[in-house]
Design a protein around this ligand. Structure first.
Ligand code: GAR
Length: 189
């Protein structure tokens, strides 16, 4: 049976592209759709190139049940937040128990919560002179970055690292591990 993934993204969408490319040749796993809350996000261009339907939606649509209705019709096996900025409404979380995962660019529970997104996270990690950072893949619950952890991977931070070089290291970890974790979760279903 074919398993469909729906990806939610707000920005560049390099993780969305990586996930799409990883499963491009799969007979069983398919990226069915990308959902984007930001009409200026580069992920929309990527979706066009990848030939994946991209649904650009408003905050109101996320909160008033329209997106939930669409997701019920799509009936994805997994909803993947890949650089998604908004809080997922509890109605969506309850409709898809243990089927919504998020990637966070730090070692949760450190450096998570509202407003901790992308470059901001790396900036604070560098300011705090941390010796390591990493990625956390976790189930999504009603609070930002607080659901059960599925997977973490670490990277070292050297004295010369900047926000940009750390972002690169983190992206490499994400590209390596995120598709594999998604694949494992889908196989276990
Ligand atoms: C990724 O590093 C992801 O971990 C992070 O945003 C970046 C999106 O990059 N997510 C968060 O910060 C969520 N709190 P991308 O758009 O190139 O995939």
């Amino acid at each position: 049976m074919r398993q469909n993934i729906v990806i939610f993204a707000s920005g560049s969408g390099s993780n969305a592209q990586r996930i799409f490319e990883y499963f491009q040749t799969s007979d069983t796993i398919n990226v069915a759709s990308i959902y984007c809350n930001n009409p200026n996000a580069f992920v929309i261009e990527r979706a066009k190139k990848m030939n994946i339907p991209c649904r650009v939606f408003s905050k109101a649509e996320l909160q008033n049940g329209i997106i939930l209705s669409e997701l019920r019709l799509l009936n994805p096996s997994l909803i993947v937040l890949a650089g998604f900025l908004c809080l997922v409404p509890k109605e969506i979380i309850h409709a898809f128990p243990h089927k919504i995962i998020n990637i966070h660019p730090a070692l949760l529970p450190k450096y998570g919560g509202k407003g901790m997104y992308g470059a901001k996270v790396h900036q604070i990690v560098i300011e705090n002179q941390e010796k390591e950072s990493g990625i956390t893949i976790h189930f999504v619950n009603e609070k930002y970055d607080e659901g059960d952890v599925i997977f973490q991977a670490q990277c070292e931070i050297s004295k010369n690292d900047t926000q940009e070089t750390l972002a690169d290291k983190i992206h490499q970890l994400e590209y390596t591990h995120f598709p594999k974790v998604i694949e494992r979760l889908l196989k276990e279903m």
